[in-house]
Design a protein around this ligand. Structure first.
Ligand SMILES: [Zn+2]
Length: 449
């Protein structure tokens, strides 16, 4: 697509939070080719298609660095008994729901949040998947749903011993197969928008053999691991019980940590464990809404960032709209610490800067800025600031205005996916009807588990 987007306020998301007025963004193919003053458009790009944005806000697409598309059919699902703790939330809800999924329901449970991501300005997602009775080809089904609308992604299948050694091996093979598939696609097309990681559930459901095989795949493919770490005390207690080691030291010794690896949550990290994550340059992703929903506690993002750990923000399946978790993060830390001045800098950094760095690290793709040679993942928001907006106060506008404002246009990889709040060719009612049919089948299988 050759396109010039003009008459906009451009939040570039560079290191200075530069906002450009009376400038245009030029897209050629999948990348940003140029940023020029509006008045030079006709002279330089006469033949390009033009998009007049009526002085609204243009910014880089948002990124969700820890998501579970497969959680969609939990909505409204009746549980046989109320979980009394985090382990029971897993065993009564998530480990039954994932067991009830087949390939068709994986597709529909991904498609709904894919649509919602695009509607809310999320252009890249790092997903973490589980479906122990439909492992082989499951990542292709998620990719198919993402590719229908062009949502960019990094996918993985969570290895776990909880369903036996054979399924853990199949999970490893699914990760290996998908990573290899993406590698081959990228050899043909460097802009291929999908990549893989090595997914793992959590230390307490993985034996040392599984961890070592995952680490070998990670080294052999130069792809990171993606694992839940100390989301609850149960991870530490059961790891100690079964393997007589701490969670993070175990992951380090078995080769899971590293600069491309993601440790999701990290709520119960000790000082030494944080030091180990810092020394290995491992990424941590904070998921505030999910943590509050499970009543498991609050990640100490401040201490992690003091130790130069790259901390990002994910939604952990709670929502496709990362702006909701952004607001939750802002409120959670202030409220919990009884400090109205805290978290302003940290949450901003996680959402705007670090999520882009994380995506770039794990996939090698340059996203997250409106800058020459970056991938053209851009959103247009119906936001005309009622007060002066500058680079210095942009975060205040984001938290209290932009996060509420409708997204008008979503562009991914240079392709206009949504324009005028419409996703062309999408029959949402029909998709939702198919999803409900799938969900009925999933719920019936769930009830028998
Ligand atoms: Zn998770």
């Amino acid at each position: 697509m050759n396109l010039v987007i003009y008459n906009v306020q451009i939040f570039t998301n560079d290191d200075n939070n530069t906002i450009l007025q009376e400038h245009a963004v030029v897209i050629e193919g999948s990348k940003i080719k140029d940023i020029i003053p509006d008045k030079e458009i006709d002279e330089k790009y006469r033949d390009f298609k033009k998009m007049d944005c009526h002085h609204r806000l243009l910014m880089p697409g948002l990124i969700n660095t820890h998501m579970h598309f497969y959680s969609t059919f939990a909505r409204g699902l009746a549980l046989q008994k109320s979980p009394q703790n985090f382990h029971e939330i897993l065993s009564e809800l998530w480990w039954k729901l994932d067991s009830a999924l087949d390939l068709k329901s994986i597709y529909y449970s991904a498609l709904l949040p894919v649509i919602n991501s695009i509607k809310h300005g999320v252009t890249s997602v790092i997903d973490h998947h589980s479906s122990p009775n439909a492992i082989e080809g499951s990542l292709d089904k998620i990719e198919e749903a993402m590719d229908l609308l062009g949502l960019r992604g990094v996918l993985c299948y969570e290895m776990s011993n909880r369903n036996g050694l054979d399924k853990c091996q199949l999970a490893l093979e699914e990760n290996a197969r998908y990573i290899q598939k993406c590698r081959m696609e990228k050899e043909q097309n460097a802009d291929h928008p999908y990549d893989g990681m090595v997914g793992l559930h959590a230390s307490f459901t993985l034996d040392d053999g599984a961890l070592k095989r995952a680490a070998e795949l990670s080294w052999a493919t130069d792809r990171g691991c993606h694992i839940h770490v100390l989301e609850d005390e149960v991870d530490r207690a059961e790891t100690k019980d079964k393997f007589d080691r701490g969670v993070v030291i175990r992951l380090e010794e078995d080769g899971i940590l590293g600069e491309k690896s993601i440790a999701a949550h990290g709520i119960y990290l000790t000082e030494n464990e944080m030091n180990l994550l810092s020394a290995t340059d491992t990424i941590v992703v904070h998921n505030p809404q999910s943590n509050m929903n499970n009543a498991v506690g609050r990640t100490n993002i401040f201490r992690l960032m003091e130790k130069n750990i790259l901390v990002g923000l994910g939604s952990d399946g709670m929502t496709a709209d990362i702006k909701l978790d952004t607001r939750a993060a802002n409120l959670l830390h202030k409220h919990d610490l009884r400090d109205a001045n805290t978290a302003h800098f940290e949450v901003q950094k996680m959402v705007l800067k670090n999520n882009a760095k994380i995506f770039n690290r794990v996939s090698g793709q340059k996203v997250g800025r409106i800058e020459k040679d970056y991938l053209a993942d851009i959103i247009l928001i119906d936001y005309c600031p009622p007060t002066t907006m500058t680079g210095e106060n942009f975060w205040g506008h984001f938290l209290y205005g932009i996060s509420d404002a409708p997204v008008d246009t979503t562009i991914i990889n240079g392709r206009i996916v949504m324009h005028g709040k419409q996703i062309a060719g999408l029959d949402e009612e029909n998709i939702a009807a198919h999803a409900r049919e799938c969900a009925d089948d999933v719920w019936q299988r769930f009830a028998k588990l």
